[in-house]
Design a protein around this ligand. Sequence first.
Ligand SMILES: *[C@@H]1O[C@H](CO)[C@@H](O)[C@H](O)[C@H]1NC(C)=O
Ligand SMILES: *[C@@H]1O[C@H](CO)[C@@H](O)[C@H](O)[C@H]1NC(C)=O
Ligand SMILES: *[C@@H]1O[C@H](CO)[C@@H](O)[C@H](O)[C@H]1NC(C)=O
Ligand SMILES: *[C@@H]1O[C@H](CO)[C@@H](O)[C@H](O)[C@H]1NC(C)=O
Ligand SMILES: *[C@@H]1O[C@H](CO)[C@@H](O)[C@H](O)[C@H]1NC(C)=O
Ligand SMILES: *[C@@H]1O[C@H](CO)[C@@H](O)[C@H](O)[C@H]1NC(C)=O
Ligand SMILES: *[C@@H]1O[C@H](CO)[C@@H](O)[C@H](O)[C@H]1NC(C)=O
Ligand SMILES: *[C@@H]1O[C@H](CO)[C@@H](O)[C@H](O)[C@H]1NC(C)=O
Ligand SMILES: *[C@@H]1O[C@H](CO)[C@@H](O)[C@H](O)[C@H]1NC(C)=O
Ligand SMILES: *[C@@H]1O[C@H](CO)[C@@H](O)[C@H](O)[C@H]1NC(C)=O
Length: 433
Amino acid sequence: MKFSNTLTQAISLLSLGLAVEGSGINIQRDDACHPHRPFRPMPPSHPRVKTCHVENHGNGVDDSKNILQALHQCNNGGKVVFDEGKTYTIGTALDMTFLKNVDIEILGTIQFTNDTNYWQANAFKQIYQNATTFFQLGGEDVNVYGGGTIDGNGQVWYDLYAQNPLILRPILMGIIGLKGGTIGPLKLRYSPQWYHFVANSSDVLFDGLDISGFSTSKNTAKNTDGWDLYRSNNIVIQNSVINNGDDCVSFKPNSTEILVQNLHCNGSHGISVGSLGQYLGEVDIVKNVLVYNISMFNASDGARIKVWPGVSSAMSIDLQGGGGLGSVSNITYDTMYIENVDYAIEVTQCYGQSNLTLCNEYPSNMTISDIHFNNFHGTTSKKYEPLVGSIVCSSPNVCSDIYATNIDVESPEGTNEFACTNVDKSTLAIDCV
Ligand SMILES: *[C@@H]1O[C@H](CO)[C@@H](O)[C@H](O)[C@H]1NC(C)=O
Ligand SMILES: *[C@@H]1O[C@H](CO)[C@@H](O)[C@H](O)[C@H]1NC(C)=O
Ligand SMILES: *[C@@H]1O[C@H](CO)[C@@H](O)[C@H](O)[C@H]1NC(C)=O
Ligand SMILES: *[C@@H]1O[C@H](CO)[C@@H](O)[C@H](O)[C@H]1NC(C)=O
Ligand SMILES: *[C@@H]1O[C@H](CO)[C@@H](O)[C@H](O)[C@H]1NC(C)=O
Ligand SMILES: *[C@@H]1O[C@H](CO)[C@@H](O)[C@H](O)[C@H]1NC(C)=O
Ligand SMILES: *[C@@H]1O[C@H](CO)[C@@H](O)[C@H](O)[C@H]1NC(C)=O
Ligand SMILES: *[C@@H]1O[C@H](CO)[C@@H](O)[C@H](O)[C@H]1NC(C)=O
Ligand SMILES: *[C@@H]1O[C@H](CO)[C@@H](O)[C@H](O)[C@H]1NC(C)=O
Ligand SMILES: *[C@@H]1O[C@H](CO)[C@@H](O)[C@H](O)[C@H]1NC(C)=O
């Protein structure tokens, strides 16, 4: 009923000549998913019938009050516009989890202030891995698009982090508790840390994100993951270009029913499951993930699965853990082109543990099963030559049904060896050494 009402309204709006473009009417969210469809149909968007333009002060003056005002005015069936040619400044942590049936059209530029003291005290604490976010956007049926720019003003953070690795650098896009939404097209620039943290969310499509931002000083932009998904279900990420310095996409604990397709990743750590099993007493689940048609350039990995062994250890001040429980299952990587990538495929159940004897003595409490690597081609970097990949389980008992087919990957010198440990080689059509 709701469906046909909404459709009727949309058609009547169209016949009145009103703009409904990008309003995410029904079916469109799913229709935008190509060539694979989401694991579950996404819920419909309701029509938007009013428009609010956000006023800006200019000159770096905080526009947060204007933004909140426009969002409240046009919430429940409207569209909030950030006008073309204008730069909006945000110097206040905005809680936007009250949104419902609203579109946010960003045509201009939004920039966050570089007041590192303010943001360290006020950015939203998301607890997991000490993550903090500039804002949190959530609610129900929210579309953010327009092709404009969201700029995290990250340089000051890259420089500060080089002095103190424990500072809390805000994540550019905090998508927290969003049920139904489309994010993109948008340009995302200079995030202080990860570009997206997507938590407690479901039925969200990320489509057409252009991500980039490099440091201009000697201090590189670190941990600039494209997406980190956490406690989220039925998410699609597609048609995006990512130039960054850490995971292109990362599936953290309890990411389920995730489709990632048509990405161009450069400079990253690949498309990663994990790390998982880092925290004793916690249960991490990642299952039903399809990663299709990825081009991966200048990266440490193409497809990667990293879980901690069954014993705690400390690699460094900000990398310690192990012993957590859970499982990684039904993960498919299909069609990946690699160029100058250190390992085309890397699976490890000994993450964060340099002593492999110890890892085998304490096999991971995170099982890995039903994993498919299909249709890889391209050339690795020289880094691990003659190896082009590595599949290391901590015990055959906790790793099963791992398949590799049509893996046409070579090192610059033409070798194609994989390091395989504690894994059934009969389902791996690769050259295990
Ligand atoms: C997600 O929801 C849980 C349960 O309601 C809550 O404890 C948590 O703070 C929320 N946010 C994140 C980032 O996990
Ligand atoms: C979180 O912050 C605390 C306090 O600064 C620190 O001890 C801990 O190592 C941090 N954890 C992570 C995962 O960065
Ligand atoms: C902070 O940002 C302002 C405006 O973008 C810029 O003029 C200033 O140089 C920046 N300060 C630092 C310390 O980066
Ligand atoms: C694969 O992704 C690229 C963008 O990275 C796109 O141009 C191409 O059409 C996609 N191929 C298929 C079969 O969808
Ligand atoms: C791709 O990544 C490399 C290595 O990080 C970097 O030097 C290069 O500038 C990136 N390319 C683009 C288009 O950003
Ligand atoms: C993940 O899901 C498992 C199984 O439902 C649950 O036990 C665990 O608490 C969840 N973890 C988080 C961080 O939500
Ligand atoms: C496993 O993932 C595939 C997509 O790669 C999906 O079609 C299938 O339904 C999933 N299996 C289960 C049991 O959910
Ligand atoms: C990969 O890195 C090299 C060297 O930095 C750069 O010339 C090339 O453009 C990068 N590839 C892509 C796709 O950005
Ligand atoms: C690695 O672990 C084994 C087994 O616990 C231990 O005997 C050995 O000393 C460890 N090696 C190093 C270099 O710590
Ligand atoms: C976790 O793994 C360790 C080492 O393999 C094992 O001794 C322990 O029994 C496991 N714990 C659980 C709850 O499975």
